[in-house]
Design a protein around this ligand. Structure first.
Ligand code: FAD
Length: 282
């Protein structure tokens, strides 16, 4: 099913994001995915390493899911540092698998890379390519708290508008913990003419240390009260997971009242928290 069909349904749309495991052992991942599928997500997205660091595993997982899932699989794809020839081949392979949707990204330049091609410099270059050379529908990334490298918030929203003009069907946001960031971003997008669904990225916290790392890496804002809330439970995995589910459920309930079309769950390859949140809010 294409993104344009998924996001015109008159119900809340849930999607799950997974990543290729670092140890390349996919057995656990597939077990977790089987549990996620019981919630009947509208789609499963699979991340892709910038510069192609885990591109083979990402594609293997996509192939496996395509063969075994009834839900659509959406590969992420980053263009930074890849040659045009490589991109052409990858997109062709994706289409030959019968995949219909892709999350089109620029990605971050890897620190250690032998050759960084400059054929595609931003997500817009990739999107232009997809529009002109493929039948794939594409989703894009959006940043309610501004991309850390963007000069201004306005620049970021203009880029999102351009992505929409070029045919993006939906945007998924960077993870956030403060709904006010999303409300504010959504209102500005709306005023500037963004009409595609801007789906909030929700990450139920499962580990305090991981939360700290994610906040540092992505520049996501987090209130000190929220940080202290999770710090309280940092010595108990079970209590952290419980607190993460409670926090994300409340966050989602408020987003539903605000009128979002759905949620994109950063599952961290674990089914329990995201599926519990969905049970709590539906
Ligand atoms: P673009 O749309 O090209 O840029 C986004 C915004 O940032 C624009 O406003 C642009 O002007 C600004 N910007 C970006 N770089 C600069 C710069 N150097 N100077 C000034 N302004 C700049 N990464 C992965 O590697 N693999 C994944 O699978 C992956 N999945 C993601 C999924 C989601 C939903 C999101 C939100 C992000 C994901 N990322 C992933 C991270 C993403 O690749 C980075 O945030 C990357 O830096 C920007 O990619 P983009 O497609 O948003 O880029």
């Amino acid at each position: 099913m294409k993104l344009s069909e998924i996001y015109t349904k008159n119900k809340l749309i849930f999607s799950f994001e997974v990543f290729p495991p670092k140890n390349a052992n996919t057995e656990n991942l597939f077990e977790e995915l089987a549990k996620m599928n019981k919630q009947n997500p509208a789609l499963i997205s699979v991340t892709y390493g910038a510069g192609g660091s885990n591109r083979n595993l990402s594609l293997e997982i996509v192939k496996e899911l395509k063969n075994h899932l009834k839900q659509p699989v959406m590969p992420h794809f980053t263009c930074i540092c890849s040659s045009r020839k490589y991109i052409e081949k990858y997109i062709q392979e994706i289409e030959e698998l019968g995949i219909t949707n892709i999350l089109a990204l620029r990605g971050d330049e890897p620190q250690e890379i032998e050759v960084c091609y400059r054929d595609f410099k931003s997500a817009l270059d990739l999107i232009e390519y997809l529009k002109n050379h493929s039948e794939l529908e594409f989703a894009v990334a959006a940043y309610p708290e501004k991309h850390p490298k963007a000069k201004t918030f306005d620049d970021d929203i203009n880029v999102l508008l351009k992505k929409q003009e070029l045919g993006a069907k939906v945007a998924y946001t960077q993870v956030f913990f403060d709904n006010e960031s999303y409300y504010n971003f959504y209102d500005i997008c709306n005023k500037k003419g963004v009409t595609i669904p801007v789906i909030p990225g929700i990450m139920p916290v499962i580990s305090y240390n991981q939360l700290k790392r994610i906040v540092e890496l992505s520049g996501t804002k987090i209130d000190s009260k929220v940080m202290s809330y999770f710090e309280k439970y940092k010595d108990s995995k079970e209590d952290t997971i419980k607190a993460g589910i409670e926090f994300a459920s409340l966050q989602c309930e408020k987003l539903i009242k605000f009128g979002v079309k759905g949620m994109h769950f950063y599952t961290l390859n674990k089914a329990k928290s995201s599926t519990e949140v969905i049970k709590n809010i539906t």
